[in-house]
Structure formats: structure tokens, C-alpha cells
Design a protein around this ligand. Sequence first.
Ligand code: XLS
Ligand code: NI
Ligand code: NI
Length: 434
Amino acid sequence: MSYFAGIHPITYEGPETDNPLAFRHYNPSEVIGGKTMAEHLRFAVAWWHSFAWEGGDPFGGQTFQRPWFGPTVDHARAKADAAFDLFAILGQPYFCFHDADIRPEGADFAETTRNLETIVDYIAEKMAAGGPRLLWGTANLFSHRRYMAGAATNPDPDVFAYAGATIKTCIDATHRLGGENYVLWGGREGYETLLNTDLARERQQAGRMLCMAVDYARKIGFKGAILIEPKPQEPTKHQYDYDVATVYGFLKDFGLEGEVKVNIEQGHAILAGHSFEHEIALAAALGIFGSIDMNRNDYQSGWDTDQFPNNTPEVTLAYYEILKAGGLRTGGTNFDAKLRRQSLDAEDLVAAHIGGMDVCAAGFKRAYAMLQEGTLEAARHARYAKWGEGDAPALLTHATLDTIHDRVVREGLDPQPVSGRQERLENLVNRFTG
Ligand code: XLS
Ligand code: NI
Ligand code: NI
């Protein structure tokens, strides 16, 4: 019997419904600007938080008792069955996984790979029978103790090799399942203390591994996007993929800025001291925006608490930047979010996703309306309008500091400050989100 027995597929009932197991804002087939909501938002369920996470925290272990928890391939099949049962209830178009979420670890590398292939075949069968597609796959290169000092950035070249071989099997799995992206999050690619760390060498190792991953993916004909997921800390104190700007510098260094994009996570942006929309806008400006992990952190904790999103105004500003960037193309809205450890029931997992999808849908609609209405963009353009006038364009092309100097003296320039109108713009945003 299904773990989710008794819970029916979720349907859209509109904002007024009091049914806790219905969508109030997410109407997958509703067309906005020529695309359905499902096509705009491209929701994905994350295998790790929803099916593999056991509910532990630093002070206590497992709280969830899922029937599929266990070390065998049969357990992994039961987990996949439960996953596809939840997918059928939610009706979301995508899912994401790490190798370690879907298969049991074997006694050695060869057995681990066989386990992965067995489960990938099983998932392929389930996908062929209907259900969501694969938004992205990734390798878990951070949980096992062999990776405690890093994967690509490990001081031991054998760990580097083990990690590289694992990435190969995960790109293979992603390709086999038609994944639209492949993600690399540098879980332990960072360091705890400079006292034992050769920072320059580790960065080179990370660059080399990324080049090899890109080469391999292209060699086997993987057409999806390859994405790095920036994060500033946790688990290591200093992570090399700190934020979007840092990743861009890294990609430039290794000549990969045309090959690799970013998967931006809300909680990671906040940990880096940015807003989510800042990270999205910067990635778009640099031409490396790929996909998003949608969650929220507890603003008091300073850690990646991976809670389901529930703040519509925040989500609105994120989708506003995504829409300005041309929308989610190969990317999607992946719920890299987990239940709280007291939320034990099957229904909690369903309700969490309903809430997240509804908040995103509500935010997306507000963002779309704000962009269509146009006042905010008009104000932004007006602020820079003088750059199109007179000698201004030449400042960015053939002017030199001495020609500029002569002009300032000749014309007696005396620029007058103008208002940035922040509060007016905030009020304008509140008209849509309030
Ligand atoms: C952890 C990351 C991780 C990636 C995938 O903080 O968000 O879940 O999304 O490895
Ligand atoms: Ni993530
Ligand atoms: Ni995270």
C-alpha cells in the first residue's frame, strides 16, 4: 500500500478554499503571458530532503520512520515507489537527486555503481510510465567520511580520483534519465583552517575537476546545462564557491564562463550576506543564470535550515528578477527544503510542498503583474536616462581622463544630486505584494 494512501491528487481550488490539501494559487494549466504556470515555475521535488533525510539534528537522531529506510536495493526501490506516489499527488513536472539519495552505498566502488545503475533503471521505468522528468542530478561528495577533507580539493589524490569517478557515474545517470541540468555543489570544497591548507592548490584542483566534468558531459552528448551551486559556509568554514560573484571569477579563471552556469539557492544567498534577488540579478547580468533552489532559512539561526518558502513578498522579488532575465529556461524551482523534525506524517510532506508551490505561484503572479504594469522598470530606466544624452555615451567608449577633465573645466560642470525615490518604489512594490 502506498505510504501516501488516502491522499488524493492535489487540485487547484482558488484563493478562497479552506481545504488544506488544495492549491490556492498554483493552477498548473493557467496561462500567463503565453505559458502555463507549470511551464513558468518548473517545480521540482528534492529526493534528499523528502525521502532520504531522517529528521536528525545536532542533538538527536532520526525522528522519521519511513518504511523505505534501510540499506538494501529493495529499500531503495520502495523509496522510489514512495517518491513517485508523492509526485502523482503533487503533479509537479520535475524531481532532483544525488546518487546517495537513490541508491545504497555498496561494499566498494563497483558495487556502489551497480546499485546506482539498478535504481536508475528502475526510475527510468517509472518515468516511462508517466510522472515527472529529471530537472537535475548531482553527486553527493560530502556525506561519506572519505570526503571529510574535501572531494576535488582533498589533499589525497586518491580521494580526488574517487570523486572524479563518482561524478562520471552521476553524469551518466543524469544523462540516461534525460536530466535537463547537472549540478555541482561543493559540499566540502573549502577548508576549516589555513594552518593545514594550501588554498591555491585546492582551488586549482577544483578547477581541474570542473573542466573534466564539462569535457566528459559534452563527450557523451549530454545537452543539459552544467551548474555550480554557490554557498559561503556550512559544512566547511570557508567554501570556495562563496557566491555568484566568486563563482564567476572562478569560471573565468578556468575558461568555463561560457560552459557553466549557477544554481542559486535562497538560503545560501542569505548566508553570503546577499538577498536572493541580488544573486539572481547578478547571475543574469553576467550571463550565468541557470536555476534556483527555493527554500528559506531561519533568519536567527545563521545556518542553512532549508525550510519551505512561506514569504510571498520575498519570493515575488526573486521571480521579478527571473522574469527580467527571460525566465527559467533549462532551470526550475527546486524545493531544496525539508520538513521540521516534528512533522512526522505523510500528509506533512504533501502540505509542505503545497504551501511552497502556492507561495511561489502567488509571488510569480505578482512579479509578472509588476513587470507588465511597468512603472518600476520605467523608473529604473529614467534613473539612467542621461547616459543616452549628449557626450555621455562617449564616456564609456573613447573618452580619456584628460578629455573628460577638459570638458568638466570648459563646461563648469556642477552635477546636482537627484532623489533615488526608494520609499516610493517600495510603496509601489507593496501595491502588488501587500
Ligand atoms: C546544500 C545544498 C545541496 C545542493 C545539492 O546546502 O543546497 O542540497 O542543492 O547538493
Ligand atoms: Ni541546494
Ligand atoms: Ni543548501
